[in-house]
Design a binder for this molecule. Structure first.
Ligand SMILES: [Zn+2]
Length: 170
């Protein structure tokens, strides 16, 4: 067991939450931006969009800049490699189950190639980091260079989990 306070199932019941079963089924279209993003992941590429007015790069992509209230100016393929901005050790899953082994979740600022993007700002994407939780506690992970660990091409489904995690660049 690493540091922090693990959460027990009995603890989870003490937090305000709502439990309900959806009695209906529905489909949601991913839309133009997310469709291209998810299709890109299936092909081992990470696509974003950019706004030339404010210089923001959006990954996952947006079709409208939320800062300038205008359509974005185009697409950019960002690298599957970048720098860890921040990270935490998580003891619960996305669906609130306690994890046997904690996971490290981080924000990674991916490299945006091209001189035209040298001044652009990219706040980063959130994903799993395949690092030792001790590297979070010792602060070693911050600023670490990491690269996507892709699932094998024939196992990708067009999901953010087509990237298993970001692992340290060797
Ligand atoms: Zn903008």
């Amino acid at each position: 067991m690493v540091g922090g306070t693990p959460i027990k199932e009995s603890d989870i019941k003490n937090y305000p939450h709502e439990e309900w079963t959806r009695p209906f089924q529905y489909n949601v279209t991913a839309g133009t931006a997310y469709s291209k993003f998810l299709e890109g992941l299936r092909n081992g590429k990470i696509y974003g969009t950019y706004c030339s007015r404010c210089g923001q790069v959006f990954v996952p992509p947006k079709m409208y800049c939320p800062y300038c209230f205008k359509p974005v100016d185009g697409w950019v393929e960002v690298k599957d490699e970048g720098t860890v901005i921040t990270a935490v050790i998580s003891y619960i899953s996305g669906t609130r189950e306690p994890l046997k082994e904690p996971k490290v979740v981080g924000v990674i600022k991916l490299d945006v190639p091209g001189k035209e993007f040298s001044e652009h700002r990219f706040p980063g994407i959130m994903h799993y980091l395949c690092v030792d939780p001790e590297d979070v506690k010792s602060m070693k992970v911050f600023g670490m260079r990491v690269k996507a660990r892709w699932k094998p091409a024939n196992q990708r489904t067009g999901s953010v989990l087509d990237i298993e995690c970001f692992e340290p660049v060797r």
